[in-house]
Design a protein around this ligand. Structure first.
Ligand SMILES: NC(=O)c1ccc[n+]([C@@H]2O[C@H](COP(=O)([O-])OP(=O)(O)OC[C@H]3O[C@@H](n4cnc5c(N)ncnc54)[C@H](OP(=O)(O)O)[C@@H]3O)[C@@H](O)[C@H]2O)c1
Length: 252
């Protein structure tokens, strides 16, 4: 079922099998958005789509999407339209966190982390930004990480990619603001999802539903950069202030 009215708002969620993505999808649907859930093995999302449709009465479509198939992203906007119709918001959620030790020993694993979290996200969003700009409408939410705010020995390839993504989103925001196309950068702290389960050194872990609520509220308020939960903004302010000559000796 689709929402009433001549122009239903439709959001595409890239990496929709993610725990955070599914919490965001529910929040958006509750706010009246139709959805396109784009993911690898998207057939596995059929029960999720059916549940979202039943709970919110919004239209939910599925789209096959592999972020690492960079050449395919030029056709992404047209594929979304063919599958569901016009869309007005892109939420880029997919990501990959490798194992620090494995990435040191095998640079192919590091390349996967760098490519998934930075290059693939940037290429997707570059194409979608051009599409939005040509139409004069649209919006982008990109999921970065607090890990991008300072490099640490435990995950610096992931952090470097997320830092690159944050700068890319900042530039997009600057470019697209005159066209009325808003870009929100999200920097979650630790979230209880498959990405972090079993990892050492986790603290202040938030449920995905809390993060999703913050994301959708920040979007509705046209915020530019969101740290979620809120206290990570202040924690990272303190962490960024630690002098490098001390920071380099910490085991983080
Ligand atoms: N969890 C945290 O503490 C935390 C903190 C800060 C930022 N983040 C960011 O939040 C976002 C969502 O992560 P999450 O915590 O919800 O973890 P998650 O449940 O593990 O989700 C990550 C998702 O990325 C998808 N993905 C990876 N490579 C892909 C590819 N090549 N093509 C399509 N999809 C791909 C995975 O798809 P499959 O299911 O098909 O493998 C998975 O569903 C990520 O960008 C992550 O970096 C998470």
């Amino acid at each position: 079922m689709t929402s009433d009215g001549p122009t239903p708002r439709r959001a595409v969620i890239l990496g929709a099998r993610s725990a955070i993505a599914q919490a965001v999808a529910l929040r958006l649907a509750q706010q009246g958005w139709d959805l396109v859930l784009a993911a690898r093995n998207n057939a596995t999302l059929e029960p999720v789509a059916a549940d979202l449709g039943l709970r919110t009465e919004q239209g939910v479509q599925l789209l096959e999407f592999d972020a690492l198939d960079l050449d395919a992203h030029a056709e992404l906007a047209d594929r979304i339209r063919a599958c569901a119709g016009e869309f007005h918001l892109a939420v880029c959620v997919f990501g990959h966190m490798g194992e620090a030790e494995a990435e040191r020993l095998d640079t192919n694993q590091m390349v996967r982390t760098l490519t998934t979290n930075f290059t693939a996200a940037a290429v997707c969003l570059a194409h979608l930004a051009n599409d939005f700009e040509a139409r004069g409408e649209g919006g982008i939410i990109g999921i970065g990480s607090v890990a991008g705010d300072r490099g640490r020995q435990s995950n610096y390839p992931y952090g470097a990619a997320k830092a690159g993504l944050a700068t890319f989103l900042q530039g997009l925001r600057n470019r697209l603001a005159p066209a009325g196309i808003h870009v929100l950068t999200v920097k979650p702290g630790f979230v209880d999802t498959p990405m972090t389960r079993g990892k050492q050194g986790m603290f202040l872990v938030a449920p995905p539903e809390r993060v999703a609520r913050d994301i959708v509220t920040a979007w509705e308020k046209s915020r530019d950069v969101l740290y979620t939960p809120w206290f990570w903004r202040w924690l990272l302010l303190v962490i960024r202030l630690v002098p490098e000559r001390l920071f380099k000796r910490l085991k983080l």
